[in-house]
Design a protein around this ligand. Structure first.
Ligand code: NOJ
Length: 539
């Protein structure tokens, strides 16, 4: 691999959801000192970078994706000094820090929105947001209308919660604000930005009504263009941000969150002079099937090859049900929107889900390009399905009239050690901000550290092998056809073969010199159901 290749192209990035990672001050919520105290867990895992979900001052109407001040740390998480120390201590372990940039909307508590509310209709203060005398028919991605009326009769647009007013991206103050924000964090040494809902910022002039059917899940892309998606100005904006990033040393990057359906929607962003990376989330709603997985992988790989762009692989994040649970339910329910809606009410085979999640992880880490891991997936955590309604925090739960169970179940504070909650998450026995389930003692990092067959040790070995093996990381893949339609297999050169068995029957292993890694026990010369193996296959 040439030294000129930017570090992020094949990076493994670990997503930290700060409120649920580790709590140092004992208030039941994670914080930056807690994260600092656990950096050795991440170094031991072998990740290249961490991406931190928002830690900015926020009323927490949407878990911090409602930002009241983009250039500060919420006191619940610590201080800017803590942040600087985090960047330095992570760098000591060769771990870079990516922060979350939320440019589509802010918090209703942002000073500019408060000024807008205090100012009359037609005032310059209101121009920074999207105020109108009449709403159109747009709906919030969290359910309900996308407009809220204020005292003087005007309405403001919010594609998410009413506490998250959308910015007017055609206003120079907004453009200038985010340029300052980029520089503020770049100056503090961040390696890059994850850009929240990066396809939504600009709205079509005139705000025309939506005429297509609404997507059937909050995270599903529309079948055809919506007037608040993928407006042409975005490309120019991201080019201007790229110039800012490139004025700093060390390959600073962006990774865009966009739930695209067709790769044609993603292509224009991947030309190299704007965004660095664009997540491909299309594996998430796919059922457990070799053909379904291959379809996504092939399309995404072709997209990256065609554009020269980087389309990292994702199997989990703070917005979707954990994969151990996703793969443990009736797979007909995984496609949108049934998994979202029914997850709390369907039977889960946790053991099956855990086995498949391990197999899927070995696929993820053997594919060409970058991969993102979500905190807790390295521990094989399941979705917490039994959160009492009164303790749910996700605004989607109430905004959808409780039809959508919300995203709290994948945001449970991590279990670090011990037999009972808070499982070492907090230094003393407090109630964590979301309740942890009973029975997580065997899933703690400490318990898994000691168990050679644990999910944690599987991740460690996979990341170590990925670093060591010359075929992994950068490069291409060649599909290997197999008689059994439940098998997905490919070769990577030099000398690496992956075989993944989605089916109910064991399948024979191809000729190989060595078994590098397997997601579960192998049965003689065969690959059991729901298992992936990495083979050394020199010609
Ligand atoms: C995407 C984020 O990942 C999600 O958590 C958030 O609710 C929305 N964007 C709105 O910011």
């Amino acid at each position: 691999m040439s030294d000129e290749r930017p570090w992020w192209r094949e990076a493994v990035v670990y997503q930290v959801y700060p409120r649920s990672f580790a709590d140092a001050d004992g208030d039941g919520q994670g914080d930056l000192p807690g994260l600092r105290s656990r950096l050795d867990h991440l170094a031991g895992l072998g990740v290249d970078a961490i991406w931190l979900s928002p830690f900015y001052p926020s009323p927490m109407a949407d878990g911090g994706y409602d930002v009241a001040d983009h250039q500060a740390i919420d006191p619940r998480y610590g201080t800017l000094d803590d942040f600087d120390a985090l960047v330095a201590e992570a760098a000591d372990r060769r771990i870079r820090v990516i922060v979350d940039l939320v440019p589509n909307h802010c918090s209703a508590e942002h000073p500019w929105f408060r000024q807008a509310l205090a100012a009359p209709p037609g005032s310059p203060e209101r121009e920074r947001f999207i105020f109108r005398d009449e709403p159109n028919n747009w709906v919030s991605k969290f359910g309900g209308p996308a407009w809220t009326q204020v005292g003087d009769g005007q309405w403001y647009l919010h594609l998410f919660d009413a506490a998250q007013p959308d910015w007017n991206w055609r206003h120079p103050d907004v453009v200038a604000l985010f340029e300052r924000v980029l520089r503020f964090w770049l100056d503090r040494g961040v390696a890059g930005f994850r850009i929240d809902v990066a396809n939504l910022l600009f709205k079509q002039a005139g705000l025309p009504d939506v005429t297509t059917a609404a997507p059937d899940s909050p995270w599903a892309p529309a079948e055809s263009g919506l007037p608040y998606e993928n407006q042409p100005e975005l490309l120019e904006l991201y080019r201007s941000w790229r110039k800012i990033l490139d004025s700093y040393p060390g390959d600073r990057m962006t990774v865009a969150e966009m739930w695209f359906g067709e790769s044609a929607q993603a292509g224009p962003y991947l030309t190299g002079d704007g965004l660095s990376q664009l997540f491909d989330f299309r594996l998430l709603p796919r059922p457990w099937s070799a053909a379904e997985f291959r379809d996504v992988v092939a399309d995404s790989h072709a997209l990256a090859a065609r554009t020269g762009g980087s389309v990292p692989w994702v199997l989990g994040n703070h917005d979707v049900p954990r994969m151990v649970t996703r793969y443990g339910i009736d797979q007909d329910l995984v496609r949108r929107p049934t998994a979202d809606v029914l997850l709390g009410r369907v039977a889960v085979d946790a053991e099956l889900g855990a086995r498949r999640a391990r197999a899927a992880t070995l696929l993820l880490l053997a594919l060409p390009g970058a991969a993102y891991l979500y905190q807790g997936d390295e521990l094989g955590l399941p979705e917490h399905l039994d959160i009492p309604d009164g303790e749910r925090q996700d605004p989607m739960f109430e905004r959808t009239g409780r039809a959508f169970i919300g995203r709290d179940g994948c945001r449970i504070p991590l279990p670090w050690s011990g037999e009972t909650a808070p499982y070492g998450f907090s230094p003393s026995p407090v109630r964590t901000w979301l309740p942890q389930p009973d029975g997580w003692a065997r899933l703690t990092a400490a318990a898994q550290h000691a168990d050679p067959d644990s999910a944690l040790n599987l991740h460690r070995r996979a990341l170590a092998e990925r670093r060591r093996h010359p075929a992994l990381g950068a490069g291409d893949l060649t599909w290997l056809e197999h008689d059994d339609p439940d098998v997905l297999a490919f070769r990577r050169d030099p000398g690496f073969t992956l075989v993944m068995n989605f089916g109910p029957r064991p399948v024979p292993l191809p000729a190989h010199q060595a078994i590098l890694l397997a997601s579960g026990p192998l049965d003689g010369g065969t690959l059991p159901p729901d298992t992936t193996v990495w083979l050394e296959t020199r010609p």
